[in-house]
Design a protein around this ligand. Structure first.
Ligand code: NAP
Length: 130
């Protein structure tokens, strides 16, 4: 990750080491509301970078879309779910215990969550919850 040359005092940019992926991140919804040190905490860590690039750059979410996050209580999944909520998506997550399911709904703000070990049919679970 390195800064590009063309940034102003108030902008934050990220690029991959190959330069193939780059973007001004200051205009993403999450960043306008957060202190700078929190932003660096998210992006200097591999899980934060993985969640950010995977969700914003590859999934390219739009407001109102439905997002399903598996392994949602893990390091990457919990960030993806929160990014998705900040984008105005409807977010369903799956995890392997009741405690994790509660955490997703009550702490991380997922709209719905379920224990994948208690479901026979993933498609039916998603139809029920989304
Ligand atoms: N962390 C990184 O920097 C990074 C970078 C690149 C790629 N990745 C990939 O991103 C994925 C998640 O990584 P992470 O760091 O978030 O991992 P993590 O924090 O270790 O969480 C992984 C979660 O996967 C869930 N899980 C385990 N077996 C499962 C199964 N059979 N079906 C569904 N869920 C299962 C577990 O939750 P339950 O107890 O709820 O099952 C566990 O909390 C992995 O595939 C990893 O290789 C991670």
């Amino acid at each position: 990750m390195r800064a590009t040359e063309n940034f102003s005092k108030t902008d934050i940019y990220l690029t991959s080491q190959t330069g193939k992926m780059k973007g001004k991140i200051a205009n993403k919804p999450i960043f306008s509301a957060l202190p700078l040190e929190f932003i660096f905490g998210l992006f200097l860590g591999m899980p934060g970078m993985t969640a950010y690039v995977g969700f914003y750059e590859i999934c390219a979410p739009k407001k109102g879309e439905y997002v399903f996050v598996s392994a949602a209580s893990g390091a990457v999944g919990q960030l993806v779910g929160q990014f998705a909520k900040l984008c105005g998506c409807y977010v369903v997550g799956s995890a392997g215990t009741k405690e994790k399911v509660d955490l997703l709904k009550n702490k991380f703000g997922f709209d719905e969550a379920f224990n994948y070990k208690e479901e026979q049919d993933l498609e039916a679970a998603l139809k029920r919850l989304a």
